[in-house]
Write a protein that binds this ligand. Structure first.
Ligand code: FES
Length: 97
């Protein structure tokens, strides 16, 4: 469980922890997306990235990800881990697999 959806109305990126695992939470077009919070390059936290529509740019060296599916647009054929989200009642839930 992440928490009440109402806690995530302002902004479009958050770093959260599920147990001891850091997760980058994003919102685009009123939909939430969750990615592993580490760039495929050198592990920089993507929750600190620059967000433009559905794209997240790692601020360290500029690799860009599609938050909708975790695809690294800079590499073209690699994906970072994503987590399934659902909203039950007004609570945002995550499936850590
Ligand atoms: S650590 Fe993200 S682009 Fe280098």
């Amino acid at each position: 469980m992440i928490g009440p959806v109402a806690d995530y109305t302002e902004g479009n990126k958050w770093q959260i922890h599920i147990g001891d695992r850091p997760v980058a939470l994003f919102k685009y077009d009123d939909t939430f997306y969750a990615l592993k919070n580490g760039c495929l390059h050198q592990g920089f936290p993507l929750a600190d990235g620059n967000v433009k529509s559905y794209m997240v740019e790692c601020p360290l060296h500029g690799w860009v990800y599609d938050m909708r599916n975790g695809k690294c647009l800079s590499l073209g054929d690699r994906f970072t881990k994503t987590y399934e989200l659902r909203i039950k009642g007004n609570i945002l839930e995550i499936d850590m697999g």
